[in-house]
Design a protein around this ligand. Structure first.
Ligand SMILES: Nc1nc2c(ncn2[C@@H]2O[C@H](COP(=O)(O)OP(=O)(O)OP(=O)(O)O)[C@@H](O)[C@H]2O)c(=O)[nH]1
Ligand SMILES: [Mg+2]
Length: 329
């Protein structure tokens, strides 16, 4: 048994941090240890909540207020981030820790920034595995934050039980700005900053999105009334309890009707295939393979071979060459 397993399952934060560092490592021996560690961890279930929103919408402020509300109820909350390196410079939520100051010092909360300069695929795998670590460490809620650029929302939705879209108050025409695909994966839309001067606009925005959500196809895995739009204020805390009540209601309903586990099963299948694809692609990076690719590629470029038969030849060669030999320089 790995020396991290026991302290981690007892909720030891240092062990959790070390385990995350281990799964983030790209060293082959670390990778092997990480895979073995994940395999021996107990299966525990947290509520995985994906949270997406454009820069400045108030994600950090919301997570701080929402997280504190949950820890005050005795729940253990982990916060993770999925961000492609291009979206933010280096440290990402590290800088945010100032905005989540109280939460980051809360013994019932755990905040882990996104690793810097990693590709989205790598960040996705690392986050998925970190979610498992947090569950094994006894966290009740795992919040996975992403700034909505590129494909990161879809990635986060595919590792979450519930997907929340955070929006800012805005005039009617800006409703168009939210891509239909994102509306379709959102379970709850929260319009933040429903306070002070922005309150009226926020309420109108909620009504606009509630209308837009009603136009979407009814989903078999939702109780009536979902997906829905609600106002919140991360500043005043207004609406946070109602937002949480809706999240737990939705999760409970899905559990009762078998949709919760079905979704996780589908997700597991999806990630298995995605890891397999990544693993196969990684094989093309081995030195031996690169040399062979260059040779055959040159032949195609010269016109000595056509692309299709060259690809077939390459696949045959890969199949005939043992994986170990491919690693030799
Ligand atoms: N009025 C009002 N302002 C808010 C609220 N929540 C956040 N803000 C303000 O909105 C700005 C952005 O908040 P952040 O929490 O940093 O937003 P973010 O989504 O984390 O932004 P990025 O990390 O850049 O993606 C800050 O100036 C906050 O003070 C709210 O509930 N009401
Ligand atoms: Mg932020």
């Amino acid at each position: 048994m790995d020396e991290l397993t026991e302290p981690l399952t007892q909720g030891n934060r240092r062990a959790l941090s070390r385990a995350i560092t281990l799964i983030e490592s790209t060293r082959p021996d670390h990778r092997g240890r990480a895979v073995a560690l994940l395999a021996e961890l107990p299966q525990r279930q947290a509520l995985r909540i994906g949270l997406s929103g454009t820069p400045g919408v108030g994600k950090s402020t919301f997570i701080e207020a929402f997280g504190k509300m949950l820890t005050a109820q005795g729940l253990k909350v982990a916060v993770l981030a999925v961000d492609p390196s291009s979206a933010r410079s280096g440290g990402s939520i590290l800088g945010d820790k100032t905005r989540m100051e109280t939460l980051s010092r809360d013994p019932n909360a755990f905040i882990r920034p996104s690793p810097s300069r990693a590709e989205l695929g790598g960040v996705a795998r690392r986050t998925r595995e970190t979610v498992r670590l947090c569950e094994a460490a006894g966290f009740d809620v795992v919040l996975i934050e992403t700034v909505g650029v590129g494909q990161s929302e879809t990635l986060v939705a595919e590792m979450s039980d519930l997907f929340i879209l955070l929006l800012a108050p805005a005039g009617g025409d800006e409703l168009q700005g939210v891509k239909r695909g994102i509306m379709e994966i959102a379970d709850i839309i929260l319009v933040n900053k429903a306070d002070g001067d922005l309150r009226d606009t926020a309420m109108r925005t909620v009504a606009d999105y509630a209308g837009a959500l009603r136009l979407l196809r009814k989903r078999p895995y939702d109780p009536s009334g979902f997906p829905k739009a609600l106002p919140v204020s991360a500043y005043t805390g207004d609406g946070l309890d109602k937002a949480w009540a809706n999240m737990t209601h939705l999760a409970d309903w899905r559990r009762e009707h078998g949709h919760f586990d079905a979704r996780r099963a589908e997700q597991a299948r999806h990630w298995f295939l995605s890891e397999l694809r990544a693993g196969l692609l990684a094989r093309l990076d081995a030195p031996q393979v690169r040399a062979r690719l260059r040779e055959i590629g040159d032949a195609v470029a010269r016109g000595d071979s056509d692309p299709d038969s060259a690809a077939a030849e390459m696949l045959d060669w890969l199949e005939a060459t043992p994986a170990q030999r491919l690693q030799e320089a």
